[in-house]
Write a protein of this length. Structure first.
Length: 194
């Protein structure tokens, strides 16, 4: 083994020694979240709703800032409208997590439908400026509008599917992270012997 390989191995061993537990802890947390979502979906929903509210709020603020920064450009006004809707929806979700789950799903559906329609309008309005990329916004807006419509029409099904999907996803990712953390620990022990 050359001097460079030895040094790189030492650096890798030091890094792994300091960080192998990070994916392990993340994985354990995700396993707990997944179990909570599957075992007590309605209780866990308030926490999930708050996180979704924070996400909607952040997305809305970014959209408003982009719309204001792009003042005078095509679609800037629509971005501000979309952002304002996102901010209002996010604040509502954060401040009212105890509202019924179906109402929240319907609210998310309305926000998705409106946001999708706004995205379609922005894409159509800007197609002359960006002929090779406007269709992406059109497709994304159409899919978001369809998802919003589904949430409005079938809130119970959407709620169950979302909660179970999040729970299963958290369990799978958590298990993968725990396994990764243990592998890193094993590698660190092997590197430490070199």
């Amino acid at each position: 083994m050359s001097w460079g390989q030895t040094r790189m191995g030492e650096q890798l061993a030091r890094y792994t020694a300091r960080s192998w537990w990070v994916p392990l802890v993340r994985g354990l947390i995700l396993l707990l979240v997944g179990l909570a979502l599957l075992l007590a979906p309605l209780t866990s929903l308030a926490a999930v709703v708050t996180v979704l509210g924070v996400g909607a709020l952040a997305d809305g603020v970014v959209s408003v800032v982009l719309g204001i920064a792009g003042r005078g450009q095509w679609g800037a006004g629509w971005r501000v409208v979309r952002g304002a809707i996102g901010v209002l929806a996010g604040l509502f979700l954060i401040w009212q997590p105890s509202i019924s789950a179906k109402s929240l799903v319907v609210l998310a559906g309305i926000a998705g439908l409106v946001t999708g329609v706004v995205m379609i309008a922005v894409s159509v309005q800007t197609r002359a400026l960006a002929p090779s990329t406007w269709s992406g916004g059109l497709v994304a807006g159409g899919l978001l509008a369809l998802l919003g419509t589904f949430l409005i029409v079938f809130p119970s099904v959407a709620l169950l599917v979302a909660t179970v999907s999040l729970g299963i996803g958290a369990l799978l990712v958590g298990a993968a992270l725990v396994a990764h953390g243990w592998r890193l620990r094993r590698e660190w022990k092997q590197l430490a012997r070199l």
